[in-house]
Design a protein around this ligand. Structure first.
Ligand code: 4NP
Length: 151
């Protein structure tokens, strides 16, 4: 499987999602390709937010090899699935898709753990530090479902 995780800035939520899913796939020797991107290029070239790095580190996941980048048209061909973190990301990514097949690849990640509820992964960027741990837990559950579904 080739899976792309997408949020707004690609520094808080999608880097965690990438790290968590990559770790789970590595543990099962699944050889999946997991990457992440943002819908904006404001943070292009930057490391994940230090709070995401710390949160991942607490769970023994290293995300310091990641580097923020904006989503690009070629991603729709490369990846089998594109998981977005919230409904706003969904609208933005949908606009970039060029065919029905590409549009079908776009999924709200929390619909894996809460089917059809269209829940958002809350943006922890402007919030308290524990927002990052809450996001981690939500993503960990969703990624466990993704692994079971496609392994
Ligand atoms: P992310 O969080 O989308 O989870 O990476 C944000 C990162 C940056 C900004 C907003 C949210 N920003 O406004 O720059």
């Amino acid at each position: 499987m080739k899976i792309l995780m997408v949020c707004l800035g690609n520094i808080c939520r999608s880097p965690l999602a990438e790290g968590i899913l990559q770790e789970k796939s590595n543990q099962l020797n699944l050889n999946w390709t997991v990457d992440s991107a943002g819908t904006i290029s404001t943070h292009e070239g930057e490391l994940p937010d230090s709070r995401s790095i710390e949160t991942a580190d607490k769970h023994e996941i290293d995300i310091t090899g990641q580097c923020s980048r904006p989503i690009q048209i070629s991603d729709f061909e490369i990846y089998d699935l594109i998981y977005v973190m919230d409904n706003s990301n969904y609208t933005d990514v949908l606009e970039l898709a060029q065919t029905a097949k590409e549009r079908e690849k776009i999924k709200l990640i929390l619909n894996e753990s809460f089917p059809k509820e269209n829940r958002n992964v809350p943006d922890p960027y402007f919030g308290e530090n524990d927002g990052f741990e809450k996001v981690y837990q939500m993503l960990d559950k969703a990624c466990a479902v993704i692994i079971e579904k496609y392994k």
